[in-house]
Each structure stands twice: as C-alpha cells, then as structure tokens.
Ligand binder design. Structure first.
Ligand SMILES: [Zn+2]
Ligand SMILES: [Zn+2]
Length: 398
C-alpha cells in the first residue's frame, strides 16, 4: 500500500509536468460552463489513465480509474473555471484575454491531473475505483449541480462512498493544510429588491410615490432584523453592494423605482429558509407602509458546505502524515465564501480542504486575496495537492 509520503515523493517526480500544465492553463483561462480549450488540454494529459465521460451541457470531464480489486468508488473533484477579472500580475504566463484564474482553479486542475497519474500508478493496490471530476462553472454557475443532474455521480456503476476536493488560498501560508468537520463554507446567494413607486416633481412628494425613502428604510431594517430575529451564534451576512435610483443630473425629479442588490451568506439551512421567509415579509410591509409595492428576488444560492465528520478526520490524519502536526490547522470557524462542492457533499459524505499557496516572499496576511487581479499562487504546492487528493482516495480503497 502506498503511504501519503510515498505518494508525495512520486508527486514531486511529476512536478515539472504539473507546473507547466498549470502555467499553460493560467495563460488561457476560460469562463463559466463552456471551457473547450481547458477541456482539450486536460484530455491530452489524462489519456490512457482510465475511462472518460464528457459532459453534455458543460465542458466537464469524469475520469474513471479502476483499481485492481473490486470495491467502492471514491470521488475527487477539481474545478476548472476562471473569473471575469483582468489580470494585473507580471507573471510571464499571465493571462491577456480579460479572464483570470484568480481563484487558483488552474492549480486545482493540475493537482487533479497529478492525483490521476498517482492513482493510475498505484491501481494494483486499490480495492475499488476512483472517479475524478473536472468541473466547470464553480464561480456562481452551479457546475456541480449540472454534473449531478447529468448523472456523473453514477458513471462507474455505483455511487461514490466519499467525495473530496481542495481549494488553494493566497491568505494561507504555503503548504499549510486546513479543514474542520461540520459547516466549512457559507451558503452564498443574491437578493435583489425593487421598490415600484410613481415619479413626479421633487418639490411635491405627496403627489407622487417616492421609492427612495422606503428603499433606504428597508436596507437599514434588514440589518436590524438579522440582529433581532436570528440566533447570534449562527450568523447571517447580508451586504448591500449596489443601490440604484433616479438620475444625478436631475435633483428635482422623483424616480418611478429604486433598487438594491445584496450578497447573502448563511451557515445553516435553517437560516437560509428563515431569511427567505422573513426578508420578503419585511420589505413588502415597508413598501405597503409607504403606499407602494416591491418585488423581492433571491437567486439560487449554493448550499452550506458541511464536511462529514469521518471524512474530515481522514483529512486531518492524512494531512498530518503529509505536512506534520505543525502543518495542519484545525479551523475554528467556517469561512463566509460559497462553493458548489456543497452540492456534492449534500449527496454523498465527504470533505473539502484548504491548502495554503501564498508565495513565501509575501506576507500571507497582506497578500492580495483570491479573486484579486494581483493574486499570486505558488505553484510549487501542486505536488502536495496531488498527493493529498490521491492519499484521501487510497485511505478508502486499500
Ligand atoms: Zn472563487
Ligand atoms: Zn474557487
């Protein structure tokens, strides 16, 4: 049986190939669900490792690696999409097409390819199969849900018994592995609200239905509601990120409508449900109080990402074998970012794990964060990512 350390040594032998793959992917980022060039590049690197199934409505890849002996299936997942961000790094392989792998998904793909190669080499010792998903559309496009709907969980003939995925962060020191059981990442969604009034002369608001005043009331009342009606030990974040009303050239005109949009984060399904009930009630009642109407829309939110306890324990044990006790961080709190890996662990038990990728010359506490146009990820961490993913599969199958 291959230990995590054996797999790490083999991963380092692949590091030249994996790092140049990452740099090629970084230079040619693609957005959302349709990633034909990325898919083609990955297929070139995965040839001969197992059976491939491609997505129908997105450029996904499911690779089925068969172990020598019968047994269950374990799922590993790497996401593939870039962000609509114009890169501002001076890397030699910086992107020039207006998109950027500013969330490190290029490192995830290279780690996934590395894990595939390690597991293919180790297949004689595996009792069961490994399914590796390369998934487009993580950044708010629900790629994981589409892959689930397309039956990609069942392509090996049996549903995986466990699922693992990793995410690199510039805000964690290089090579640190961090995880926790239970809620790890928030449910993330949008709230969009419009107050429908009727415009008129700014000197005589009583003859119109001003939508601006109730909008301002609602923005403030929502914050108070979070304070008074939600458990303060199960937080809800609601941040209004834009407001729109009127025209800055006409101070004497009351507009017909006023709108705002907020990002919403919750850490339990109970609070997601509660917010979807209470927020519209509050907004409609304010609109009614001012004699007008409002429309309230929640987007499809990602689920809360909840790590299964047993899987998170396997992550902790495996991480400590790879990076030592000091290299593993048991997180105290979840983070407020969202992830559609949450939909996968809603279907089957599993765990998502964070890996530090801040270049050592930069202070991780000051480093431009994931999603920044200046974010820098140290690709020397890729062999560790590959060995971590492969070791988590081996832990279930040997
Ligand atoms: Zn992201
Ligand atoms: Zn991401």
């Amino acid at each position: 049986m291959q230990t995590p350390q054996d797999l790490l040594i083999s991963a380092h032998e692949l590091s030249g190939e994996l790092i140049s793959l990452r740099q090629k992917l970084h230079e040619n980022p693609e957005f959302a669900l349709d990633l034909p060039t990325t898919q083609k590049t990955l297929l070139d690197h995965l040839a001969g490792l197992g059976e491939i199934t491609l997505g129908k409505n997105l450029s996904s890849i499911a690779l089925h690696i068969k172990g020598a002996n019968p047994g269950p299936t374990v799922l590993l997942r790497a996401d593939m999409d870039a962000l609509h961000v114009t890169e501002e790094t001076d890397l030699t392989f910086a992107s020039k097409n207006g998109y950027m792998h500013a969330c490190g998904h290029d490192l995830h793909m290279a780690s996934g390819v590395g894990a595939a190669k390690l597991l293919f080499q180790a297949r004689d010792g595996l009792s069961g199969d490994v399914l590796i998903w390369f998934q487009p559309g993580e950044e708010g496009h629900h790629g994981a849900d589409i892959m689930i709907d397309e039956g990609m969980l069942e392509v090996t003939g049996s549903r995986p018994i466990a699922a693992y995925g990793l995410h690199v962060f510039t805000s964690l020191p290089l090579g640190i592995i961090a995880c926790k059981p239970g809620p790890l990442m928030a449910s993330a969604g949008d709230l969009n609200v419009t107050f429908h009034g009727s415009g008129g002369h700014g000197s005589m608001p009583w003859l119109s239905k001003d939508p601006v005043a109730p909008m301002v009331e609602a923005i403030s009342a929502l914050q108070t509601m979070l304070n008074k009606q939600f458990d303060q030990f199960d937080p809800v974040i609601l941040n209004v990120s834009w407001i729109r009303a009127g025209d800055d050239a006409t101070n004497n005109v009351i507009p017909d409508s006023a709108s705002f949009g907020a990002t919403v984060r919750t850490f339990s399904e109970t609070n997601t449900k509660k917010l979807h009930e209470l927020a519209p009630k509050l907004i409609h009642s304010i609109a009614e109080g001012f004699g007008l109407t409002a429309s309230v829309e929640f987007s499809q939110a990602t689920r809360v990402l909840v790590n299964d306890k047993t899987s998170a324990d396997i992550v902790a044990a495996t991480a400590k074998e790879l990076v030592g006790e000091a290299g593993y961080m048991n997180m105290e709190h979840p983070i407020a970012g969202g992830e559609d890996f949450a939909s996968i662990v809603h279907e089957i038990p599993g765990a998502f794990v964070f890996v530090g990728a801040c270049p050592p010359a930069i202070d991780h506490a000051q480093a431009p964060t994931n999603h920044s146009a200046r974010a820098l990820f140290d690709d020397s961490v890729i062999p560790l990512g590959a060995a971590l993913l492969a070791s988590l599969a081996v832990a279930h199958l040997s």
